[in-house]
Design a protein around this ligand. Structure first.
Ligand code: B12
Length: 304
């Protein structure tokens, strides 16, 4: 028989305090099934699967009581330690409509899920928020605050780089799911989004790409660290209506990267986006530092 795992080990695995596990046990009966008075709790695979689901639901903003009822009722597949439930169908009383939760709830859930290194829940939370409120709201009210906090933690303690990486990857997956959907676009010449040559921070671009796609603007997102030769080649091949180059720090925002781009007719609108660009940028290049401003400008170009 499997010996089971201890409260401390399970708490570490789930990224919650041991006291939280004891509370869930006391309040909802969601604990170790073979716990006997006087002995230490040991969680079986089935207990763990239910508690993983409980943590996932709570992180996505479901009230603990409702989450516990779902977790207790869920059929457990002990072989792969998974609990096969779709949180939305179980919780929404039969309704598949996404729930527009308050920003603070979503921010808390995403922060908690990222600290638990729970990538699936991070992506789920972002997808649900996008479904309910759209990309722009999600970026501005959820993702920017969570990212800034993660960055602040790293800056002050030097810790949490793994959280930063996992969160970024999960968020990129959720946002890319929006921009990679095939749709009927309003522009014949796509918008091209790329990071400057040494720029790794591609998230704002991916968010912008998703926001444009949501508005049916055809877009190509090249992502992080795009070599100048690759940018030139992409411009020649795509014939874009606009090219936006992102830089988040002065180290990567060298204005010469905006020079000597291919001569195209009609000429694409060239945007230097993000806080990193060192002034002055070449004549004709438009500086954009806010998300909504960049989005409006690009939608306008796509509609022209
Ligand atoms: C996620 C992240 C990463 C991820 C990037 C993943 C990815 N694919 O994007 C990873 C882990 C790879 C990473 C790596 C590094 N990172 Co980093 N990272 C971040 C973090 C947490 C979020 C970045 C982000 O998406 N920001 C977008 C929004 C949230 O921030 P913002 O640009 O300030 O947004 C403002 C405006 O730009 C505007 N805006 C927002 N979105 C958009 C979109 C458009 C189109 C426009 C026009 C405007 C706009 O609105 C905001 C409010 O004014 C930031 C923290 C932070 N405060 O941003 C650090 C941060 C950017 N990173 C930093 C650093 C130092 C690094 C590293 C050098 C070291 C490290 N931490 O490991 C490496 C770089 C490695 C390299 N080779 O280049 C520093 C940069 C400091 C600086 N100014 O130079 C920051 C600020 C952390 C900090 N507090 O010190 N990072």
């Amino acid at each position: 028989m499997h010996p089971g795992i201890t409260v401390a080990a399970l708490a570490r695995r789930l990224g919650v305090a041991p006291a939280t596990l004891r509370t869930w046990d006391r309040r909802y009966g969601l604990g170790s099934s073979d716990h006997e008075a006087g002995s230490h709790r040991r969680y079986s695979e089935a207990d763990v699967a239910r508690l993983v689901l409980m943590r996932r639901l709570v992180n996505t903003g479901v009230p603990p009581g409702a989450a516990a009822r779902t977790a207790l009722a869920a059929p457990v597949d002990q072989d792969d330690r998974g609990v096969e439930v779709d949180a939305r169908t179980q919780i929404g009383a039969g309704s598949l409509a996404p729930i527009a939760r308050p920003a603070a709830v979503v921010v808390r859930g995403l922060t908690q899920a990222s600290r638990s290194l729970d990538a699936a829940t991070c992506s789920e939370i972002v997808c649900e928020s996008i479904d309910a409120r759209g990309v722009v709201w999600t970026w501005e009210h959820v993702l920017i605050p969570v990212m800034v906090e993660v960055g602040r933690l790293w800056e002050s303690t030097g810790r949490g780089v793994e959280v930063e990486h996992l969160l970024s990857e999960s968020v990129i997956a959720a946002l890319s799911a929006v921009s990679l959907v095939r749709r009927k676009v309003i522009n014949a010449r796509p918008v091209l989004l790329a990071c400057a040559e040494l720029e790794t921070h591609s998230l704002p671009l991916v968010a912008l790409g998703a926001a444009l796609a949501e508005k049916n603007v055809g877009v190509r997102v090249l992502g992080g660290r795009v070599p100048p030769s690759a940018l030139i080649s992409a411009i020649q091949r795509v014939g874009p209506s606009a090219v936006l180059l992102w830089s988040s720090s002065e180290r990567t925002g060298q204005p010469h990267l905006l020079e000597n781009l291919p001569d195209q007719r009609p000429a694409p609108l060239l945007l230097a986006a993000g806080p990193g660009w060192v002034d002055p940028v070449p004549t004709g290049v438009v500086r954009v530092t806010d998300f909504a401003g960049a989005l409006d400008r690009l939608v306008e170009v796509a509609r022209a």
